[in-house]
Design a protein around this ligand. Structure first.
Ligand code: PMP
Length: 402
């Protein structure tokens, strides 16, 4: 047996590791890594069989929920911190600050710790308490603040920016404007290119900071200009208008114009839009009363960020809360995948893109995070029932995608 094993391994070009040698192991397992950084990225690309069969396209999704921090934001946090360290703006023992309620805080806290630094996260005090507790458990310093307009000095983003400016060896991560975010996603694009062997016709994604759609889209278009990049935009976001009509202001312009022309910067339902324009200009659902919060968290925005500014987008689709909720139920039922709201919305976008392109194309999207962080809203049966969004759980069809 030993001799046969040795011979077999030799024929397959593998090193033999005794009787317990695992066939194919040396080619399919990653080599010994260098800590947390080596666990980030290089995520699997999976074929969503049910969506592919229904649309006649290959629908492929990048499993970003497998990153150690549980989301695509690990890539961004790692790039931001590594760049700051390389450029000497941050050294061991330093501080990374950010204003966020999203996954970026978790990713920054973990990556900061891995490089001997620590994180300061400012967030509004109406964000779920579990978010603050989780960040504290990850060693971050957390400051919870009364929700105010982004133009107010006590807005959590401004507090995070100021904190970094006030002390030496501290950097403001600034995921919206820092194009290290875009650069992190050039790598995501490269992975998609290599995993598909260059057989990719379209990439679809929602945008929060815009880092994903800009970075992945740019890499793919650089390799093959015919690759089409599509945006899927949730209710209340202004990006659809930006892509289809070129209408969008920077934060400064929007703030100047806000009171004179509140609807210029806004799309979506009038009620949502008005409230958004009055309360804040970013997609920060915690600023709004729950009835007006679009469900997909992390995507949708009403100003032009530096990262989205780098995106080359060929077309845009609108997605609804109902489509996202139904898609999440569909993916669980048909694929066994438990995903978050932006991931579900991305899959809605992938179906819309597949229909627009017609059968035979390969459409790639991103599963930004898993469902676990969405238990109080998107995956809460009680919450969904309250807003009339209980998924219908009908058959295998995609009739819920408009
Ligand atoms: N999904 C989730 C869960 C997010 O936190 C974010 C980022 N805010 C996105 C999607 C959007 O990605 P990007 O910022 O690259 O546009």
């Amino acid at each position: 047996n030993e001799l046969l094993g040795l011979l077999g391994a030799w024929l397959r070009g593998e090193q033999y590791h005794g009787q317990h040698h695992l066939r194919g192991a040396s080619s399919s397992l990653r080599p010994v890594g260098q800590g947390l950084a080596d666990l980030i990225g290089n995520t699997p690309l999976i074929r969503l069989a049910s969506l592919s069969e229904q649309t006649g396209c290959q629908i492929l999704a990048k499993a970003e929920f497998l990153n150690p921090g549980g989301s695509v934001k690990d890539r961004v946090a790692l790039e931001i911190i590594q760049e700051a360290l390389t450029e000497g703006r941050l050294r061991q023992g330093g501080l990374v600050t950010e204003g966020t309620v999203g996954s970026t805080g978790v990713s920054l806290a973990m990556c900061a710790a891995a490089f001997g630094c620590h994180a300061f996260i400012a967030m509004p005090d109406d964000a779920a308490i579990e978010k603050a507790q989780m960040l504290q458990a990850l060693g971050a310093e957390v400051q919870r603040l009364r929700p105010v307009s982004i133009s107010h000095p006590d807005h959590f983003v401004n507090v995070a920016r100021r904190r970094a400016a006030e002390q030496p060896n501290a950097v403001f991560a600034d995921q919206f404007e820092n194009v290290a975010n875009f650069r992190a996603h050039l790598k995501t694009g490269q992975e998609i290119w290599e995993q598909t062997g260059g057989h990719v016709d379209a990439f679809v994604s929602g945008a929060g900071t815009g880092g994903t759609i800009a970075g992945v889209g740019s890499y793919l278009k650089q390799r093959r200009p015919a690759v089409r990049v599509f945006l899927i935009d949730p209710p209340g976001s202004g990006l659809y208008n930006k892509v289809t009509r070129g209408v969008m202001y920077t934060r400064e312009e929007a703030e100047g114009k806000r009171l004179k022309h509140p609807f210029d910067t806004i799309t979506g339902s009038m009620a949502t839009s008005l409230l958004r324009s009055l309360f804040c200009l970013e997609s920060e659902p915690f600023c709004l009363p729950p009835a007006f919060c679009p469900l997909p968290e992390g995507i949708g925005i009403n100003r032009l960020t530096a990262n989205f500014g780098r995106a080359q987008v060929d077309g845009a689709f609108k997605g609804t809360d109902r489509e996202a909720v139904e898609m999440a139920a569909y993916l669980l039922r048909n694929e066994g995948l438990f995903v978050g709201s932006s991931a579900a919305m991305n899959c809605v976008g992938a179906v819309k893109a597949a229909r627009a392109l017609g059968p035979g194309h390969t459409v790639v999207t991103v599963l930004c995070d898993g469902g676990h962080r969405h238990m109080s809203k998107f995956h809460s049966p009680a919450y969904l029932a309250e807003y009339g969004l209980t998924p219908a759980a009908t058959g295998r069809g995609l009739e819920f995608v408009a």
